[in-house]
Design a protein around this ligand. Structure first.
Ligand code: SF4
Length: 359
């Protein structure tokens, strides 16, 4: 266990006993040597998942980005296009079907369905898409949209977020991804994505979604213009909402991927990623699952992340467009994921969106 000062020893005793930590504690833990922080996060992972200590889960799903048209122009995004760009698109139902057929063929059970903030698609367009998927592919969970998209829908459709959520649920929406969280501190959001929904709006959508029975993930995209305190504040806001609703199933963090984006920031490396994931696992004592982000970090760091607080390897993700637009492109098959999990000393198990084992 870690070598520490007297103060740290008292803190470490509390952490290893499973106690909740304060922001001040988090700042102290952040300065520990990486391997020591990782060991503590690993111990907390075991406390959080006592009947699954030897298990690492993953899901077979795919990303489907129904449109790349977006009028939010986030500075960290290399994915969006305007309607004037030659390569802008909106997927047709036939194109959607082709992707869902491919997913079904490999045993997939979920889609991560997200898009840009298209200024012209109306409510009917979305309901038609959702009903179509629900009816034709009943075995596929629609893990769809994100809080910023729901804020955009509320504005374009001229109805409260709650009503949009209700209509989408009736049409087949099954759960909500935590996309667009970035850092839930408005000073940071104003610098990297000034036109995107603010922190309270993001949390407000999640509060409504959880109240309507949907479960969601929580995310953090870091390593750009934020400070360490901003990251800790972000974690605090997630933990507070989780105390209120209990609706977050998992937390996922990843680092800013700079290529082809307008944001000028020195990207952080893998050790910073592991450090923040470990700290997040310790801080978020009310969110059971933590996903490693092999999509941005690569398979090897994704594997090491299993010793830094993660208990889930994310998804096979047979299609990914957003991170790969920013220059990072890793691909893994189901067999690769299972091998990486086994090599790290765990049993791989497939899960659904609610973290129930399905194999
Ligand atoms: S991150 Fe999302 S909201 Fe921002 S520009 Fe890209 S597609 Fe649009």
């Amino acid at each position: 266990m870690p070598v520490a000062t007297d103060f740290d020893e008292a803190l470490l005793d509390r952490v290893l006993a499973g106690e909740r930590i304060s922001q001040e504690d988090a700042r102290a833990l952040y300065t520990l040597p990486l391997n020591e922080l990782g060991a503590i996060a690993d111990a907390r992972r075991n406390l959080a998942t006592p009947d699954r200590e030897r298990i690492v889960t993953y899901i077979i799903d795919r990303n489907i980005n129904y449109t790349n048209v977006c009028n939010v122009y986030c500075k960290f995004c290399a994915f969006y296009r305007t309607e004037k760009d030659d390569d802008h698109y909106v997927l047709s139902l036939d194109q959607l079907d082709a992707k869902l057929d491919e997913l079904t063929a490999i045993g997939g059970i979920q889609i991560l369905l997200q898009g840009g903030h298209h200024p012209k698609l109306d409510l009917d367009w979305y309901l038609t898409m959702l009903r179509h998927i629900r009816e034709k592919y009943p075995h596929i969970n629609i893990h769809g949209f994100s809080p910023p998209e729901f804020c955009h829908f509320a504005e374009v459709f001229g109805m409260p977020v709650r009503e949009v959520l209700q209509k989408f649920i009736e049409a087949g929406l099954g759960s909500v991804p935590g996309g667009g969280g970035e850092i839930l501190v408005d000073r940071v959001r104003d610098r990297i994505a000034p036109l995107k929904c603010k922190s309270d709006q993001w949390l407000g959508v999640m509060r409504e979604a959880h109240a309507l029975g949907l479960r969601s993930s929580a995310t953090m995209m870091f390593g750009h213009v934020e400070t360490i305190d901003d990251r800790i504040e972000h974690l605090q806001r997630l933990r507070d909402l989780q105390d209120e609703t209990g609706g977050f199933t998992a937390f996922i963090c990843w680092t800013f991927q700079p290529e082809h984006t307008k944001l000028r920031a020195e990207p952080v490396g893998s050790s910073e990623y592991l450090r923040m994931q470990a700290l997040s696992r310790i801080f978020l004592n009310n969110i059971e699952n933590v996903q490693s982000s092999w999509v941005t970090q690569g398979p090897r760091i994704g594997q090491i992340a299993l010793k830094y607080g993660a208990n889930d390897f994310g998804s096979v993700m047979m299609e990914e467009n957003v991170v790969s637009s920013a220059g990072t492109s890793f691909r893994l098959q189901k067999e690769d994921i299972e091998r990486l999990i086994r090599q790290a000393g765990y049993e791989p198990h497939r899960r659904n969106n609610w973290y129930q084992l399905v194999d």
